[in-house]
Design a protein around this ligand. Sequence first.
Ligand SMILES: [Zn+2]
Length: 259
Amino acid sequence: MNNFLKFVHVILLTLRVMGSYGALAAGFFCIVFLQQQLVTPENPWRQSCEQEKQKIPLIIVDAGHGGHDGGAVANGAIEKHLTLEIARKVREELVAAGFRVVMTRDGDVFLPLEERAVLSEKLGAEVFVSVHINTDGSGSEAEGLETYFAGKPSLLAMRKTGRKEGKDSMSEKLASLVQRCACEETQAVNRGTKQRDYVVIEEARCPAVLVECGFLTNAIEARRLREKAHQEKLAAGIASGVKLFLKSKPTPAAVLAEK
Ligand SMILES: [Zn+2]
């Protein structure tokens, strides 16, 4: 009897040890399998993550000028530095709101206008915003903000560039929202929206605007444009305009912009 109990005890112990090794082996194979699934590009989980990311609207923020092209120079300031500071703050605002943002330049480098515009098509952007500072050739009196949108292209231009009809009325709407919000935020003089075929907005393949954030030739505005607090107000206003515009679109962008 005693021997029989010993025998049962040994069998149970063996089974338990075997069970533990079995569980360990099963766990190991599970980990290897899952790892392989996650690193495989065709993994459906991974694909759905990428697809979800693609649904988040992409906004291109373009800091005017750069590198050897300084833009306007007046009252001790250079346009390219101010546009970069404001554009970076616009990016901060939009990223904080959950959007994807790409800057055409994030340093003091030169980039041709066409290359900036073409990014909108390459990256599938929903909005393109170009940031500039104004000058007044006739004196130092001019002040305030104005926002530009491109005009309706000819049929030939549409065929050549692939631009679609409809983008222009969307750009006009975007311009009026950006202009209104930026003026409200900064209390600057509202010079309204204007139509002009600047290359960078004309060649963009999505709703596109160019914001002139104030006059560098006006000493008071030049000083304000260098102030961080004023730059932040400008950025918040521009970002609010973009958010309102996306909110009005019947796409997933609207859901994000609600936040
Ligand atoms: Zn400029």
